[in-house]
Design a protein around this ligand. Structure first.
Ligand code: G1P
Length: 276
């Protein structure tokens, strides 16, 4: 079964970027001239996931407006030569459908994904965290994962090796190596305290999930930081069925941090903007 849907949990407050996120969603922060979330939707579309679902929250309406036409603006710039600056986003909008559901209380990524059940239904789906900005080597990261899904038909998490002193920021996996860069998950822990990480293989914000995850999430108790963690639900799925961890080919920038954001900006300027 092909994957058609991609969930974007975007309800988070973006506190690491205050004050800019006080009145503006962090997902709309630009890397050069494009908001972070647009890069994410482009990656999903490249992977064939064109039914986009946002798990949104208060203060996030700019995301809905971004993925819609702006008649007034388009009328204003008609004939000015600037229309082509909107070609990319218009083309994206035409290819996709967009659905929105609100997460009323912030109870963690697992809870956000469970909130998205109403727009996903009973089929496998992607999850993309827009503040992890990824550039795949030959294919986008979600496209690489969608290819693997055809082979394994189970949930897949993207992983990356991180320095030992950074493992406490991530979900960390251990697994049995099946082939180059592909592991069958045997253990998983959310944000292990320093010194307690079982490996340096960190989960980054790309997932393909099978829909049985929803029932598991319903039964998942709050974990690290008192939040319902997708990592805990995935560990149960790994024990009951199978979860694959995939070391993706490409680069990732943590745009939820100022350093990662600046690195991503410089990377895009050098590799994309100057090449235009
Ligand atoms: C979430 C997940 C974590 C994962 C990370 C990737 O954490 O809970 O397992 O490693 O995304 O970005 P967050 O960064 O939302 O705290």
């Amino acid at each position: 079964m092909d994957i058609k849907k991609c969930l974007f949990p975007v309800a988070g407050y973006g506190t690491r970027f205050l004050p800019v996120t006080k009145a503006m969603p962090k997902e709309i922060l630009p890397i050069l001239d494009k908001p972070l979330v647009q890069y994410g939707v482009e990656e999903a579309v490249e992977a064939g996931l064109k039914e986009i679902g946002f798990v949104t929250g208060r203060g996030k309406r700019a995301i809905e407006d971004h993925f819609d036409v702006s008649y007034e603006l388009e009328h204003q710039i008609q004939g000015s030569g600037k229309e082509k600056m909107l070609d990319g986003i218009r083309n994206l909008i035409e290819q996709c459908t967009f659905s929105y559901t609100r997460q009323i209380t912030m109870r963690g990524l697992g809870h956000a994904i469970l909130t998205g059940r109403t727009v996903v239904g009973d089929e496998p789906f992607g999850v993309l965290l827009a503040d992890d900005l990824c550039f795949g080597d030959e294919q986008g990261v979600l496209a690489q994962m969608a290819g693997l899904f055809k082979q394994f038909q189970c949930s897949i998490v993207a992983i990356e090796e991180v320095p030992a002193e950074e493992t406490h920021k991530y979900g960390v996996i251990v697994g049995e190596r099946l082939s180059d860069g592909i592991f069958r998950v045997t253990g998983m822990v959310e944000k292990p305290p320093p010194g307690e990480a079982p490996s340096n293989l960190a989960i980054i914000g790309r997932y393909i999930l099978t829909p049985d995850i929803f029932e598991i999430l319903e039964r998942t108790e709050p974990g690290r930081n008192g939040e319902i963690q997708i990592t805990d639900a995935l560990l149960r799925q790994a024990r009951e069925r199978c979860v694959i961890a995939y070391k993706f080919q490409g680069r990732r920038f943590d745009c939820g941090s100022v350093e990662g954001f600046v690195d991503a900006t410089n990377y895009c300027y050098e590799n994309h903007y100057l090449q235009r």
